[in-house]
Design a protein around this ligand. Structure first.
Ligand code: SAM
Ligand code: DTB
Ligand code: SF4
Length: 349
């Protein structure tokens, strides 16, 4: 359980590359076992948070992210759409709440929001929040002023992914820099909004790029409260359309290391579940994933149906989080085998 004078499960932001490499290089079952122990020190077991996604503005994005079906540069057969009306978004959020989601995430295919659109999004956030849902948006790059407005509107989370390592990032996107992404994350954090930041696995990156992505995320001044780990969806028409599918064990390994490096963060098993079997998903939960996108559509691509996910949860006896944060254990970490005591204490506190 010890690692160069550090205890596994300790929350810290001084990871070295050698330590990350050591984590990744373990036998898979040892790694997953440690990840599950760390998970149980901070979270109730058998509980998974559910977020529903909605694309509020689809397609025609000026950026050139090589994985993305929404870039204007690739012909992926998407019809570009205007920003949705607030009332329509509210209807979709109500429906998401009825299916049991606790967070509603709204995504826009923008490099950065324009002022007029941004004002409309603020209205969406206020209205969705009023339904009793947690709110999340992903709108591209922001300024410090915009993050203050988002906070005032009641935004709970801002999603902005680092996607990969700084080195590999240059191969994937030419229209903005890694530092641009880090700056936006800094504005979001400074405004007191929860950060949702993760990446995509399976874009042809080297193993070292995965180490560096996780090291950058875990060494931020605060761990992102939510860390989405996406598996590339190779969409026809994008430069990544012919990439070979990733070995599921590499994905599971990445989830486990994410859990160990960011022990109190929600780790989301994000894009790519549609092509994963139930056993792979269960293994991801074992490795410490405790959040999913819930609902048959991600932004523009398919996700498993609600019925299918409900059936999976039932088979695994996983309960969806009912109240935001109800799976976090809010006390000093205790050994994993003391789960029952932890549960009682957490309920009592
Ligand atoms: N335009 C904004 C931005 O880039 O920050 C927000 C929307 S963008 C679609 C949100 C995230 O979706 C990306 O950062 C990327 O991680 C993920 N994503 C997009 N296309 C994907 C794909 N084909 N497979 C997996 N993840 C993808
Ligand atoms: C994240 O990390 N994954 C989501 C969300 N944040 C916005 C998006 C996944 C998109 C997958 C491709 C699509 O549906 O267009
Ligand atoms: Fe645009 Fe975001 Fe897609 Fe990049 S990932 S092309 S910024 S929508």
């Amino acid at each position: 359980m010890a690692m160069n004078n550090h205890t596994i499960g300790e929350i810290r932001n001084n990871w070295t590359r050698a330590q990350v490499e050591q984590l990744f290089s373990q036998p898979l079952l040892d790694l997953v076992f440690d990840a599950q122990k760390v998970h149980r020190e901070h979270f109730r077991s058998n509980r998974v948070q559910t977020s529903t996604l909605l694309s509020i503005k689809t397609g025609a994005c000026p950026e050139d992210c090589a994985y993305c079906p929404q870039s204007v540069r690739y012909d992926t057969g998407l019809t570009r759409e205007q920003l949705m009306a607030v009332a329509e978004v509210v209807n979709r959020a109500k429906a998401a709440k009825e299916t049991g989601a606790t967070r509603f995430c709204m995504g826009a295919a923008w490099r950065a929001p324009r002022e007029k659109d941004f004002r409309v999004v603020l209205e969406m956030i206020k209205s969705v929040k009023a339904l009793g849902l947690e709110t999340c948006v992903t709108l591209g790059m922001l300024t410090a002023e915009q993050t203050a407005d988002l906070k005032a509107a009641g935004l709970d989370y801002y999603n902005h992914n680092l996607d990969t390592s700084e080195t590999y990032y240059k191969e994937i996107i030419s229209t903005r820099t890694y530092q641009d992404r880090l700056n936006t994350l800094g504005f979001v954090r400074d405004a007191g909004i929860n950060v949702c930041a993760g990446g995509i696995i399976g874009m042809g990156e080297a193993e070292q790029d995965r180490w560096d992505l996780l090291m950058t995320l875990a060494n931020l001044p605060e761990h992102p409260q939510s860390v989405p780990i996406n598996q590339l969806i190779a969409v026809k028409g994008t430069p990544m359309q012919d990439l070979e599918a990733l070995d599921p064990f590499e994905f599971i390994r990445t989830i486990a290391v994410t859990r160990i490096m960011m022990p109190r963060s929600y780790v989301r098993l994000s894009a790519g579940r549609e092509s994963m079997n139930e056993q792979t998903q269960a293994f991801c939960f074992m490795a410490g994933a405790n959040s999913i996108f819930y609902g048959e559509q991600l932004l523009t691509t398919a996700n498993p149906s609600v019925a299918k996910d409900k059936a999976l949860f039932e088979k695994l006896q996983i309960q969806p989080e009912r109240v935001a944060g109800d799976s976090l254990i809010s006390q000093e970490p205790k050994p994993f085998w003391d789960e029952t005591a932890l549960y009682k204490n957490a309920v009592a506190s």
